[in-house]
Design a protein around this ligand. Sequence first.
Ligand code: PMP
Length: 361
Amino acid sequence: MGRVYNFSAGPAMLPEEVLRKAASEMLDYNGSGMSVMEMSHRGKEFMSIIETAEKDLREIMNIPAGYKVLFLQGGASLQFAMVPMNLMVKSKKADYVHTGQWSKKAISEAKKFGTVNVVATSEKENFSRIPELDPAKFSRDADYFYIVTNNTICGTVYTKLPDTGNVPLVADMSSNILSEPMDVSKFGLIFAGAQKNVGPAGVTVVIIREDLIGKAPESVPAMLNYKTHAEDASLYNTPPCYAIYIAGLVFKWVKETGGLAAMTKRNREKAAILYNFLDRSKLFRSPVRKEDRSIMNIPFVTGSEALDEKFIKEASGRGLKTLKGHRVVGGMRASIYNAMPAEGVKALVAFMEEFEKANKI
Ligand code: PMP
């Protein structure tokens, strides 16, 4: 079987060019006679890989001086705990916006370390929108303000960032990092699990403003303290070397394909193909409020569980894979990250049209 269009929410498709490059270097990286998987993380080849990856990420995202870039382990989920352990240290209060499963987990971890003030939630609307934010409800003395910029499961995205004044804005950007330009200076901390737009699972990118480092209490274990990793440039212990190497290749690919401005243009065009169809279809529909629709994760439903199931099965037979929605919401979801070609979205829509004709209700 050739390559399929894989609509998985993560681990997700990687650019074919990146996979080919990695394959060509699998046995002998750059004349070293070794795979990147086999080499010392303190040797000159790997030092160059991690340094170049950081430099390229800084360039692509236009990360200002005064921010550290860390390559950590433990997935985005470990950040749900590391953020409060390191930042909930003064008033021991933090504001959270509750927009779905991932904010729920983050809130539950943060509650172990201090007081969580949920300033807004769209829970009543099944998280089908980003809730209205009322600055009067924000805590002026919060240690930070937490959002999930793109909600992978529900398919919502912030189109405007909250103005949190002097309170550092912390963002879980796992499912939309590198999908569009972001003004990093507006954030105190950004984190993202890699397995969507960055690379393979196993590495988590953390971008943290330097003044937020070094505030954790003594009781915080070294591995969970941003200071440890910042001081050792992500080499305190053995890092996820191969995942960092692939992420580095992805960063190069982003640069070579025009950077984030070109990426967002392509992503918007791809998403429009699917949304335009959903809005004119009589069978399929998007459950998400128009203004808040994600261009990375696009849930859709027919309204009948049996038809949803039939669609997912038949689509899979056509090489349109992993379209099943998250187990907590059901229906379908097409995750169309940076590496999904426009042809994949067109093939999906063509099949949806065909399915709609064959399954008139
Ligand atoms: N946050 C968001 C927005 C996610 O989509 C995910 C996973 N898909 C996570 C956090 C958890 O990531 P991980 O599995 O890397 O812990």
